[in-house]
Design a protein around this ligand. Structure first.
Ligand SMILES: [Zn+2]
Length: 271
């Protein structure tokens, strides 16, 4: 089992939006920001090569297909993901599984690529794992999420017969289990990856940055904040009990950490 975290790029987000009802006087001690409240966020991807021959990619950043629509986020230091994989000896054709936590633009942009006039799956031999709830939400988005979806990121994968929709907790292979969480958006996949020594939890936007370990620190982008609270507690209680390592997909400063609980509070183990 081998795994590599790949930062596919960075973007700017408003700190007020990231922390919802929490005042800046509280969150500014937990996440760096500019005077105008701007925070730098990462778009993080995880490459996993299992002992039984699976090569998995979890999320893949915003990609480069919608520069005009996304200019407001000021993406920078974006990598060419195919090149990054090749540097690690992995051809796009060799990826067996693409796991998409959800279909918001900042998690699945590299899933398809432009080839002349058409859009093609970037990973033509991969099973693409998405929850049915999330797929339906993407096809029929509510007004709050409609700007977060670009169907061109995923429809060509469905057209090619590469989409695998799941309705419940599902095993990809003995070392990779997909669990489902609601809150930020319906039916987020959180992969649990057994590496041998530890279990990695790619928490996606259930817990996007280390500062959002506090269950009440909920992003204003979450469509069902009360559900987010309970889902975070569910994920974190297990992570503390089982000493799992959480990967924070948007934290530009802390890619991963184990968590501990003191009273009602959860914090990272290394800080
Ligand atoms: Zn996100």
């Amino acid at each position: 089992m081998k795994y590599t975290i790949i930062d596919t790029g960075y973007f700017y987000a408003d700190g007020g939006a990231m922390f919802g009802a929490i005042p800046k006087t509280a969150w500014r001690r937990r996440y760096p920001s500019s005077k105008s409240n701007i925070c730098v966020l990462a778009t993080r991807s995880l490459l996993v090569e299992t002992d039984d021959g699976h090569i998995l990619l979890v999320d893949n950043g915003a990609g480069t297909k919608q520069p005009d629509a996304l200019r407001h986020y000021c993406f920078f230091d974006c990598v060419d993901l195919e090149e990054e994989l090749l540097k690690r000896g992995v051809r796009p054709e060799a990826i067996t599984d693409v796991i998409l936590t959800h279909l918001h633009f900042d998690h699945c942009g590299y899933t398809t690529r432009r080839v002349e006039e058409s859009l093609q799956p970037t990973f033509p031999n991969a099973t693409h794992w998405v929850s049915r709830k999330q797929w339906n939400n993407c096809l029929h988005p509510n007004p709050l999420e409609e700007d977060s979806y670009f169907t061109e990121n995923i429809q060509p994968v469905a057209d090619a017969g590469l989409l695998r929709l799941i309705d419940e907790e599902t095993e990809v292979c003995p070392s990779v289990l997909l669990k489902l969480y609601d809150g930020h958006t319906p039916g987020q996949i959180v992969p649990y990856i057994q590496t041998g020594e530890e279990v990695l939890v790619f928490a996606g936007d259930v817990i996007p940055i280390a500062a959002s370990l506090s269950p009440k620190w909920i992003s204003a982008y979450d469509t069902h904040p009360l559900t987010s609270y309970y889902e975070k507690v569910r994920l974190l209680d297990e992570a503390v009990r089982e000493r799992q390592t959480i990967i924070f997909c948007h934290d530009a400063y802390t890619p991963m950490s184990q968590v501990k609980k003191a009273g009602k509070f959860y914090t990272k183990c290394n800080g």
